[in-house]
Ligand binder design. Sequence first.
Ligand code: GLC
Length: 480
Amino acid sequence: MNILMTASEALPFCKTGGLADVSYSLSKEFVKLNHNVSFVLPFYKGIEKKVHKKINHVSDLIVTMNWRKINASIYHVVYDKIDYFLIKNDYYFYRDNGLYGYYDDGERYAFFCLAIIELMKYLPIKFDVLHLNDWQVSMLSCLIKTKYGSDNYFNKIKCVLTIHNPLFKGYINRDSLFDLYNLPTNLYDEGKVRLDGQVSTLKAGIVYSDKITTVSPTHRNELLTIDGSKGLYYDLLLRKDDFIGIVNGVDEKEFNPRKDKNIYVMYNESNVNSLKSKNKVEFCKENGLNPKIPMFAIVSRLTSQKGLELIYGMAQEVINHNGTFAILGSGEYEAECFFNRFKALNPKNSYVYIGYNDLLAHKLYASCDFFIMPSAFEPCGIGQMIAHRYGALPIVRRTGGLVDTVTCLNNDNSNYLKADGIGFDDFSNIEANESINKAFNLYYSNDKYMNTLRKNAMKKDHRWKKSALMYLDLYNSINK
Ligand code: GLC
């Protein structure tokens, strides 16, 4: 199959969150299964350093954005047998303050979508599937079905939309539908792309794509409830039969304590109980911490989605029990201030790194005993799966993908032969703090439980193959 994947970010070129890992890993898995994958990305500032000489300028295409005629320079580079096409327009994408969050994001990604259409017309390869990810590119299915509906090639292509974060709707105003996309405003007036009195590009993707997926079966079911749908309930309900949840995997090569040169001591599932703790000892030595007490870690964007309100209390609870609390992340200003203050107040029991640092992330996964992830909502989540790979036990709120990927220990420990984490249900400080207590009990009680859970975690199957095969089945199920 010829698959065209598109997203606003992907490894190894640009990343702000899990979308970048997932869009890349899934593409890589399709390649392993003998499919051709092309991937279109914006050429952001900073990418030029990563691609060096391996990149080729392919062509310059003219994108018509209503009255504007804009140049899109197409660059091509092969990475892990994926054909990456990077769309360069410095006015839109060569910016200093990260990938998103600009006043004109709606216009920037409208340009990106229209450039992808031009690229598809230009390339000799005919794609069978166009796979869209999140609001930045979800308008493509609407463009293809409305504007290009009578074109022989576009008419046949299968459009699949994956929702990674339903919070971001891609709002633009009614006039922009015409001004940016040159689409008739009756699409808005008839309600096809209207949400909350604006145009939502995500909703357009839901209405016009052939199939819709999200990144875990539990999150799919949550999105089909009024409370859990983040405002998409009625639109998703109409597409219920074309909407499935496929859980993400994790890159087993990138996160592998058996071969990871970033960590202090490598280990596997047979020696995890003797060797993993050597990582904690080294990490604690480096940072003036006590290696004899349990260590809890967080590697996360610091946003309310990730359960910040609970994390504050859980961090304090760890200190109250004399454990170590370590956090690596960046995000909301208030949270960054909180943790800097927290470090100052608890110098011997905490480690705080505001920012992102890949090497440090690997060290934390290898060093910690428990990995905290009390998300308010979590379409899939990656941290908990990486934690498993490193024999760290996730402490999760049972929501979305956290339900599908973590087997939580019962209250009486009776399922310890299968369990690989600790969980709680309510988004409340009481339950969250209880889960920390439970972790301390587990750590200091019979070794049998803790040791078995660590091994279970390391043996857990989070490979991509099964999920990739499910996507391929889905592609094949679309009859054209
Ligand atoms: C988003 C979701 C996260 C998911 C990731 C990749 O970041 O919030 O739960 O793991 O996308 O699909």
